[in-house]
Design a protein around this ligand. Sequence first.
Ligand code: PLP
Length: 388
Amino acid sequence: MSSLFPTYAKWEVEAEKGQGTYLFDQNGKQYIDFVQGIAVSNLGHCHPKVTEVVKSQLDTLWHSSNLFQIEKQEEVAKVLVENSVADCAFFCNSGAEANEAAIKLARKATGKHKIITLQNSFHGRTFATMSATGQEKIHTGFGPLVSSFVYAPLNDIEALKELIDDDVAAIMVEVVQGEGGVRVMEQSYANELTQLTQQHQILLIIDEVQTGIGRTALAFAYQHFGLSPDIITLAKGLGNGFPVGAMLGKAHLKPYFQAGSHGSTFGGNPLAMTAAKAVLEEIFDEDFYNEIKEKANDLKASLQKELANFSIIKEVRGLGFLIGVECTKPIDKILRKTREKGLLVLPAGPNVIRLLPPLNVTYEQMNEAVHILADSIKEVYETSSVSL
Ligand SMILES: Cc1ncc(COP(=O)(O)O)c(C=O)c1O
């Protein structure tokens, strides 16, 4: 009998060891891991450089406190702002905490309380971020929620306009909804979002917790759309498995987060910053982005080709290495079958298979993964022939 709260519907696999693209279970069985801790280990498991510097930091200093100068915080913040439209960073430990900071900052800076988010969004499990999340199933049983969050459907600019009034502090969006089914924002919607936020002097918060740190073949996904967020939130890939989150903001917001306004005991501690610095040194590189883009296009094309004849496949979509395969039927059995055959992939809702390879995956590994997925779909749902 487990002594854990059963907050996760756990798989049968016990993850024991990880190396690059591969995860090994308690019996030594090898899996191609296209989950990577849910878009966390963007450089693959136990990346040698990240591991080496964190090991060395373990013998130097684990934790001091944010009361002390921490040079590595300055260094990581500098890299993040140099590679984004932001000017300053606040460090915390998770995506929810980064979004919590964003919500507090937006309210304090504007003196307004209403925040528009999107239906099917996911922003975290704390009270404010759960309330920000546009999914009723996440709210059930926890009411009353934090007030003043309202939700608009993705890519429906008219619905968004209807929610704007004088109380709106911010609009908070993911440019690709990861948990919500790998749904990508349309460019025209992004353009109108920019116009609306400028026209009404509303802050734009982009949640890059899942899409950031190279996942979509650029440092941040908003950069594909020419957006200029006032606030960007990060976590997952930033530490490659070491828990770390960050909220980035433009300079005009700096005066609203002074000493005493917000804080975190662990946020940005020397171990987390050592991991983040090494991660960013590896990922923030034009040549690497091009490589990711080429590989991701190749993976999407081969999924489209290999799955084209299965009648249950509705669409293959995504941005960079955040890829969704939408099916017309539930996918649970397919995921169980891929695990049996040595491939780990995730759901994004009941009908979407989500693939999150490490950014340095090889063509051979991608090829093998596509074949395992195709074989699994074939075995679970006897096939007919409908093209994509
Ligand atoms: C877009 C997005 N925002 C926020 C979160 C919450 O992050 P965390 O679980 O680190 O609190 C997630 C987690 O899946 C996410 O995908």
